[in-house]
Design a protein around this ligand. Structure first.
Ligand code: ADP
Ligand code: MG
Length: 704
């Protein structure tokens, strides 16, 4: 139960005058998009955590003769003349004002004259605040932010925060609502270490939050302002504390000791068509040691695309099987789950391991049989999507859960899964996203990490080229030559972040065009196709009955067709660096020489140009991730779609890296000294967890 003292903050935003239930819905999408998607209303706290992205300094009061080229000014002037547009004309309504030294024109589009006569009575003195523009050498202000009397001006904040807005919510309304919200901040006990707080010169939480919305200096709202850093630190600390609690909880529940005898692993390794790399062997031995230890395993396996994580997972699952327990491998997409099943089944058969597949599409009798095998222990390894942890699925004895490409799952989803996997289940999560350390901390906290740093032997560097779309005919000629040599090709269609539908339509169009040129050789997969149709196309591409696979980013993650040697990415400038790196990782998986063609639309912007250059220069996933962070800053690094990054409202991963490390260390120290948060500071920290909605972690505290 949320402590009562926080209730005013979690009350609905409709408590604020001027915000009705209709407006509240629009507001929710703006100030709490995640919550709104889940049908939750906008609350006072959401308003308070809506960070200004700039400010208007109204202290600047030049005379009209000294107006700057641009920027926001506040001018004191007398209203001279109203110049309404001709009847029926679309021209703007103009009002001229003067301060004796110069004349300024105020411009209003589609505004009623009546309203303007009241606002700007001829002959009266007014303060006018807004952005200066120059038109034919004359200064003007289009739609001033404020037209005020001296009294009204005195009531207005001199430095006014400016907030991100959305259709249907104006700046004035939002500003007023947030100002009202700041009156409701309760005084909370301090949760920061006093020495640390003092060293930074931070005010308490309530004062910092008020200062964020009532800045007193021009640097008052920037990410490095004291109020903002204090609040960002609070948010990061809540996050680290929650991760730390999850980890403690999992580590404390005694794990199982899986002392496999290696008998099945030997068979698996013998059945592989290759030998393991040194990195794979090392990762497997780290996992084997974890599983043999009495503590529960909580390990992350990080390895660049194509580094061979799947077989490491298989060997881990085999350890559980050797001990008579069961294992599950969960993939983020159905394509990937099916692919894992197809590649692992023959190898498992060779070792006598019983493996099954379960996704949302397995239905009816077949599904029942799989569930039955799971229950009575006739299945050793279950491969699937998140359907794997749905109701009705119960294992006889689940010993190990592996989550593949975990960054595709949201943080909440992951926590839920970990809870559902059962108290003693070992956990291995795998990701190809080579995220920098600071980011890894925010996502995983203190997981143990194994890294695959090398690629399997015999891989050749991928030849990466950038070609303008205007030369698409040359690319088509190139495809013709490659097909004649029996090569297989991916053609990735443009990313349309907002719309699956538009994206799929573009892919259909490209497919039709290519199918005309290369009859019977091109197939298509996109997100809006039926699962069975996707499977059929993927299977034909794998088997080589078609040689060109036109696809959207559905193939971005994990798809493995070693025979494919060319990937063409259309409108490459629309993709993020990490995403392009992932896509490129679809080729270069066999011993054949592979190529990646990045087709771009001219003219290229600076950032896009830099991105494509980096890809041409390097194939090192870590370097690419670092560059990506530098170029784009923060949250977008992992691709915006379901990045799995926690949603920070105040912390900025780019600007607050130091705070992040400090919060991590602070949380570790707190949990060492006061593991159940029982001291006075501990109680205050519980408030912090509620405040930033890390309640799941609090449940772990009470369940002991
Ligand atoms: P990822 O790490 O991207 O999940 P996969 O596990 O899909 O990589 O492996 C990529 C490809 O490399 C697969 O075709 C797999 O069979 C192959 N592979 C994995 N390990 C080795 C190895 N040691 N030697 C040669 N090929 C390997
Ligand atoms: Mg993989």
């Amino acid at each position: 139960m949320r402590p009562e003292i926080l209730n005013p903050l979690f009350a609905s935003a409709t408590q604020i005058r001027g915000i009705g239930s209709k407006l509240e819905k629009v507001l929710a999408k703006l100030v709490n998009p995640q919550g709104a998607a889940a049908g939750n209303p906008a609350r006072i706290i959401d308003l308070l955590l809506h960070v200004p992205h700039g400010l208007i300094d109204r202290r600047y009061r030049p005379s009209i003769s000294e107006l700057p080229r641009e920027g926001t000014v506040t001018v004191e002037a007398r209203v001279m003349q109203h110049r309404p547009p001709q009847k029926g004309s679309k021209a703007p309504y103009k009002v001229t004002v003067s301060d004796g030294a110069g004349v300024l024109t105020l411009v209003f589009f589609q505004t009623f004259g009546d309203h303007l006569s009241r606002l700007l009575p001829t002959g009266e003195q007014r303060y006018i605040s807004g952005k200066v523009e120059w038109y034919g050498g004359e200064p003007q202000i289009v739609h001033p932010d404020h037209v005020l009397t001296a009294d009204q001006l005195a009531a207005l904040p001199t430095i006014e925060p400016v907030y991100p807005l959305t259709e249907g919510i104006g700046g004035k309304l939002l500003g007023r609502a947030i100002r009202t919200a700041t009156e409701r901040i309760p005084q909370l006990p301090e949760w920061l270490d006093p020495a640390y707080q003092q060293r930074h010169g931070w005010q308490d939480f309530a004062a910092s939050l008020r200062a964020l919305h009532h800045p007193e200096t021009v640097s008052g709202v920037g990410p490095l302002s004291p109020s903002r850093t204090r609040l960002a630190y609070d948010e990061l600390l809540a996050n680290q504390l929650a991760l730390g609690l999850v980890r403690r909880h999992m580590k404390r529940t005694a794990g199982r000791q899986f002392n496999g005898d290696g008998r099945l692993r030997t068979k698996i390794i013998a059945a592989l068509p290759y030998t393991l790399t040194a990195g794979q062997t090392q990762a497997v031995s780290e996992i084997v040691a974890d599983m043999a230890a009495p503590e529960r395993m909580l390990r992350l396996l990080q390895g660049d695309v194509g580094s061979g994580k799947t077989v490491v997972a298989l060997l881990a699952l085999t350890v559980a099987a050797e001990c008579g327990s069961q294992g599950a491998l969960m993939a983020p997409t159905e394509i990937l789950a099916r692919q894992h099943f197809a590649t692992l089944e023959p190898i498992c058969a060779a070792a006598g391991l019983r493996i099954d597949l379960l996704t949302g599409r397995e239905k009816g009798k077949q599904r029942e049989e799989t569930l039955e095998r799971l229950r009575n222990g006739d299945c050793d390894i279950l491969i699937g999507t998140h359907a794997l942890f749905q109701e009705g699925v119960s294992f006889r004895d689940l010993g190990l859960a592996v989550i593949d490409e975990q960054h595709r799952f949201g943080v909440h989803q992951r926590l839920a899964l970990q809870a559902k996997a059962g108290a003693a289940t070992d956990l291995l999560v795998m990701t190809a996203t080579p995220i920098p350390r600071t980011l890894a901390l925010t996502v995983y906290g203190d997981m143990d990490v194994s890294r695959l740093t090398e690629k399997p032997a015999g891989r050749q560097a991928i030849d990466t080229r950038t070609i303008p779309l205007s030369r698409i005919d040359d690319v088509i000629d190139g495809i013709r030559r490659s097909l004649a040599k029996g090569q297989r090709i991916y053609w990735v269609c443009p990313l349309v972040e907002e719309s699956d539908k538009v994206e799929s339509a573009a892919a259909e169009e490209r497919h039709a065009a290519l199918a005309r040129i290369f009859p019977r050789q091109a197939g298509l997969v996109h997100g809006r196709m039926k699962g069975s149709a996707k499977d059929a196309t993927m299977a034909s591409f794998k088997a080589g009955t078609i040689s060109i696979l036109v696809a959207t980013t559905v193939i971005e993650v994990g798809v493995d067709v070693p025979e494919a040697t060319i990937i063409i990415v259309e409108n490459a400038e629309r993709f993020g660096l990490a995403q392009l790196h992932q896509l490129r990782g679809r080729v270069g998986r066999g011993s054949e020489k592979s190529a990646c063609v990045l087709l771009y639309q001219e003219p290229l912007g600076e950032t896009a140009k830099a991105r494509l250059t980096i890809l041409r220069e390097t194939d090192d996933g870590f370097r690419i991730a670092e560059e990506d962070l530098r170029l784009r800053g923060a949250g977008e690094v992992l691709g915006t779609r379901q990045s799995g990054l926690p949603e920070f409202r105040l912390a900025d991963i780019g600007a607050h890296q130091d705070l992040m490390t400090a919060a991590h260390d602070d949380a570790a120290l707190i949990l060492r000294r006061d593991p159940s948060l029982r001291t006075e500071r501990g109680e205050a920290l519980r408030l912090l967890l509620y405040l930033f909605e890390r309640d799941e972690a609090i449940k772990l505290l009470s369940s002991g």
